[in-house]
Ligand binder design. Structure first.
Ligand SMILES: *[C@@H]1O[C@H](CO)[C@@H](O)[C@H](O)[C@H]1NC(C)=O
Ligand SMILES: *[C@@H]1O[C@H](CO)[C@@H](O)[C@H](O)[C@H]1NC(C)=O
Ligand SMILES: *[C@@H]1O[C@H](CO)[C@@H](O)[C@H](O)[C@H]1NC(C)=O
Ligand SMILES: *[C@@H]1O[C@H](CO)[C@@H](O)[C@H](O)[C@H]1NC(C)=O
Ligand SMILES: [Zn+2]
Length: 958
């Protein structure tokens, strides 16, 4: 899946789109002060099932009822027959998962259909806390024979996607009629809401579904091909589907609707590749189909195990769901996507959305092998599923669609995200014990996606891409349809490495030890580089890097793949020259003063710092001849410098001297970490208007060249990366009040409003948000009307983001009230709440009033009990946008009337964090401002600066 952060109620949780593919729409909100939900890890293995009985095959009959069933609308009856076996002797209790409303009856039969006696005073019992269903035969089960467990039950569909299981959503069909559909989202532990089962990934079994529904619900899709349909009484139809391969329960899925249909398909394939969606997306699936077809071909070839050979009954469907709690989920044969990410029309989508969509389809397809064919044994190993899928989401897609340059974007999406998260004191290793549902959900986070993907890429560079591919094939072929753990994967690596002798260049390198440390130890190193320029000797030392200046050193040594470039040898190559396995090491370069950069293209999962002299040379080079240093290393330096400053290893004045080169930089990759770093600082100055104004002048100078060079409209044949650079730089520039950005965006806004000249989709974000920030009731109504008109999920979301930037309290209130209605879908409610906070600094005050007036409706409509805990996030996020008098107001209200709400403690903690952030700002504001002045970029006037920048461009840019 692509996922969300749940354990951390951080503002980054604003990224709370639990994507089974995770999203980060909100990287403009910083990730500080993470309030971890405490997940005590003591006796939690009680949440795990015993492994003395295993399921072999499920026959599942589910009768779905919609509003035709007036006595209990949106409910279902289930009847299942599970073929089971006791694999230990003396089993006197069968324990499986169930989280359904009522279990009516349980029976156990032998293979000859003889009923097995159950304890008459206690046939079965449930333990709701653990979702256990326990069945009590009178006598111990025989081993080695099959039994059939039959369970009859009833339950209710969830309203909306947030709580997963079987849930219902709504859409408008091509005639504008509102219709209901029902679908499933089971990853990671929600199949048990649909049918009692062994709901842990290691219990792989065959599933056969029989779905009945009203006859009008003909748009029904699931993992496998239809076997037959049977007409039932009461104007109902039952569809029987062919058996699935042996697989984990979380991969079962279906969608039942009246008018969903294939909207784009390639029937020449076996199985056909189909994009499925609601009826008024017909014709809009071409982009997704192209991705799915070409990526399926790629993976067939790369893994050497064609999709069509995985199982004869499996489909290759990709379904676009108007509601989805994550970005996408890899149900085998039928991947589900949030519509936003699958229905992509390049003429309507933001470039970041089109870009993300390509990585998502690839991520989910990669799961068909890494995740479905072989599966993590338990969620502690989630990183194997998610790390590989995330790696392939970028690296495979780069092979097939090189125009997206995804190999470069890997760094900002995964590597830098991981370096930021994994430098906290509360971080965990890739492989780490989880037991409770909350812990399981929490492990679908940065570590399992980003760090794992970065680890996989770093490892592939050490052993070579060819050996890496071989290790994938060995892993898949040795574990077909099995659940695996880190040792199975290590075995595949070891075998491939031995066959290819691919570590010959590193004679004393113990790969097992490298793997053990990176997989089982938390954190990562900071590499200290000291160059003796006259002798050419370079001394390397390492320590674990913590963002906190006060964290205690750990002494952990990490094996570090060493790569470096110099002015005389600017190789920027990815294969390490050697692996550093000690605390201290030396390497050599040519004699003489020159720049030296370690961690070529930021491929290794570590940070780097240098002696003062070398930093000075790097800073001068970046300023005078930036193109000498690869843009991914310019990006690395920006990312590292911000982290070094925050951890007090580097002063702000030294750091800003290095960063002054940004004043003539336009590269997306370089600006991305810069925008995050500057936003982090800006958020700490927001309560000090004079300092903030001075800081913004510095930022205008830094960004002005990029704004002017990239311009305000897409240019023919520019690369997607350039379009993304414009998108994020304009959005940032307009947000901080860059005059030209605002003027140009307003011009486009007015041209749309007054002359119906559509805004180019690639620059929609800055135009909509600026139009609203500067707008009045007329503008608001205009955009609200556009919200009503659009048929595109991406346009809908961008309009919501725009509306959130309106400043007039009564209009903002109307916007916020929309989040309590179905106009804002469940998965967008928290996003939309955040848009109001992000829209304008003054908006937080209105949001506070809204929260105080509507707390009960918010808790209810935002679905506070859903795993992403959206209400916790909303209330915490609000705190970081308030000033001190408002915080007092917020805190008084909470303490006087809200002590009983589940979010009380986390919100009080967020208020404390907000105060700490402001205090940090108050203490450091003068120092920061003086650092901005010390960097020569803002010492000169912006006019001079721009001239300099233009000159340097003429010499050093193409
Ligand atoms: C049946 O269940 C009751 C109540 O839990 C228990 O006391 C009794 O020992 C059980 N009988 C057998 C044969 O296990
Ligand atoms: C149990 O059922 C499985 C799956 O249908 C079958 O392959 C196996 O032969 C059966 N075992 C016995 C002992 O009948
Ligand atoms: C490599 O490291 C592993 C532990 O990670 C150890 O068991 C093994 O003995 C080491 N091999 C060699 C050759 O030192
Ligand atoms: C490096 O520079 C910093 C300040 O810029 C200074 O505090 C530090 O002492 C210098 N280190 C050395 C070894 O000169
Ligand atoms: Zn995934």
């Amino acid at each position: 899946m692509v996922k969300i952060f749940t354990a951390a109620l951080s503002l980054m949780l604003l990224a709370s789109v639990i994507s089974d593919q995770r999203l980060s729409w909100f990287n403009e909100i910083d990730d500080d002060n993470i309030n971890e939900i405490s997940n005590a890890r003591n006796d939690n293995t009680v949440y795990r099932l015993p492994q003395n009985v295993i399921p072999l095959k499920y026959h599942i009959y589910i009768d779905l009822f919609f509003n035709e069933r007036t006595d209990r609308p949106f409910s279902y009856d289930g009847q299942e027959y599970i073929l089971i076996q006791a694999v230990e002797s003396n089993v006197r209790q069968i324990v499986l998962h169930a989280n359904v409303d009522i279990i009516h009856d349980v029976t156990l039969l032998t293979e000859n259909n003889v009923e097995v006696a159950l304890n008459s005073s206690n046939r079965f019992e449930t333990e709701p806390l653990y979702h256990f269903l326990k069945i009590n035969p009178v006598a111990a089960l025989n081993t080695g024979t099959n039994y059939t467990l039959s369970i009859r039950y009833t339950s209710t569909m969830n309203d909306g996607p947030m709580n997963r299981g079987i849930w219902r959503g709504w859409y408008k069909d091509s005639s504008g009629v509102e219709r209901i559909y029902a679908t499933t989202h089971f990853q990671p532990y929600n199949a048990r809401q649909a049918f009692p089962c062994w709901d842990e990934p290691l219990f792989k079994a065959v599933f056969k579904l029989h779905l009945s529904k009203p006859a009008s619900f003909s748009g029904t899709f699931t993992n496998t091909r239809l076997e037959r349909s049977v007409t039932l009484a009461g104007n109902r139809v039952r569809s029987d589907y062919l058996e699935t391969p042996k697989m984990s329960s979380y991969l079962v899925t279906f969608l039942v609707s009246e008018t969903f249909q294939p909207i784009s398909q390639d029937l020449t394939r076996n199985p056909p590749i189909r994009i499925i969606g609601r009826s008024n997306t017909v014709g809009l699936g071409g982009h997704a189909l192209n991705l799915a077809v070409k990526l399926t071909d790629f993976f067939d070839e790369y893994f050497g195990i064609p999709y069509s050979s995985l199982h004869p009954n499996l489909l290759n469907d990709h379904i676009s769901s108007p509601d989805w709690a994550s970005a996408g989920t890899e149900n085998w044969g039928m991947v589900s996507y949030r519509e936003l990410h699958l229905i992509v029309d390049p003429n309507v989508a933001l470039m970041s959305v089109e870009h993300y969509s390509a990585t998502l389809v690839s991520h989910e397809l990669a799961h068909k092998w890494f995740g479905n064919y072989i599966t993590c044994y338990w969620w502690s190993n989630t990183w194997i599923n998610e790390g590989y899928a995330s790696y392939f989401g970028y690296m495979a897609t780069h092979q097939v669609f090189p125009e997206y340059e995804l190999h470069d974007h890997f760094n900002s999406r995964y590597l830098q995200t991981s370096l930021a998260f994994d430098s906290g004191t509360g971080t965990v290793p890739l492989n780490h014990d989880v037991n409770t549902p909350a812990q399981v959900t929490g492990h679908f986070g940065t570590i399992s996606y980003s760090k794992a993907a970065a680890f996989v890429r770093m490892t592939s560079n050490i052993i070579s891409l060819e050996t890496f591919r071989k290790s994938c094939r060995i892993f898949l072929l040795s574990n077909p349809l099995r659940a695996t753990d880190q040792y199975d994967l290590l075995k595949a690596f070891t075998e491939a490495i031995q066959e290819d002798n691919s570590l010959a260049a590193y004679p004393n390198f113990n790969f097992t030890e490298y793997y053990r440390i990176w997989v089982n130890e938390p954190g990562y190193p900071l590499l200290n580089v000291e160059v003796n320029h006259s002798t050419g000797e370079i001394t390397l030392t390492q320590e674990r890097f913590f963002l906190s200046a006060t964290a205690a050193a750990t002494g952990q040594i990490y094996p570090i793949p060493i790569t470096f470039s110099t002015k005389r040898n600017p190789n920027f190559s990815l294969r390490p020259t050697h692996i550093m396995t000690m605390a201290r090491d030396t390497v050599r370069k040519d004699q003489g003063e020159e720049w030296v950069i370690f961690n070529n293209l930021q491929q290794g999962h570590y940070r780097v710092t240098y002696d003062n002299k070398t930093w000075d040379i790097i800073a001068d080079t970046l300023y005078n001849t930036p193109e000498e240093i690869h843009y991914l290393n310019r990006a690395q330096i920006v990312d590292d410098v911000f982290a070094l400053m925050r951890s007090t290893r580097m002063s702000y004045s030294d750091g800003f001297k290095i960063l002054r080169f940004l004043a003539s930089e336009i590269n997306f990759h370089v600006w991305d970490p810069a925008i995050s770093g500057y936003t982090w600082l800006r958020n700490r100055l927001r309560h000090l208007p004079e300092h903030l104004a001075e800081f913004d002048v510095y930022l205008f100078n830094q960004i002005d060249y990029a704004v002017r060079t990239l311009g305000f409209e897409p240019v023919a044949r520019e690369t997607p990366t350039t379009a993304m650079a414009r998108q994020s730089i304009l959005h940032f520039a307009c947000t901080i009040g860059h005059t030209r950005c605002i003027q140009e965006s307003l011009k486009q806004w007015e041209n749309w409003r007054d002359n119906s000249v559509a805004v180019n989709s690639r620059v929609r974000r800055n135009v909509y948000t600026t139009g609203m920030r500067q707008g009045d009731a007329r503008d608001f109504e205009f955009l609200l009307n556009a919200l009503d008109q659009t048929n595109y999920a991406n346009e809908h979301l961008e309009i919501l983001r725009g509306l959130g930037a309106i400043r007039q309290p009564e209009l903002l209130n109307r916007y916020l009230s929309l989040t309590l209605t179905q106009t804002v879908r469940y998965h967008d409610k928290l996003n939309s709440f955040n848009f109001a906070l992000l829209g304008h600094q003054d908006n937080a005050r209105t949001v506070l009033q809204f929260v105080k007036n509507n707390i009960n409706q918010i808790r209810n409509t935002y679905v506070e009990n859903s795993p992403p805990t959206p209400v916790h996030s909303a209330l915490s996020n609000l705190a970081s946008y308030l000033d001190e008098p408002e915080l007092v107001d917020y805190e008084n209200w909470l303490r006087s009337s809200q002590t009983d709400i589940p979010q009380f403690t986390s919100t009080i903690n967020a208020i404390t964090s907000a105060r700490n952030n402001m205090n940090w700002g108050t203490q450091n504001a003068d120092m920061i401002i003086s650092a901005t002045k010390g960097s020569s970029a803002s010492a000169v006037s912006s006019i001079v600066l721009i001239t300099v920048a233009l000159l340097s461009t003429m010499f050093y840019r193409e």
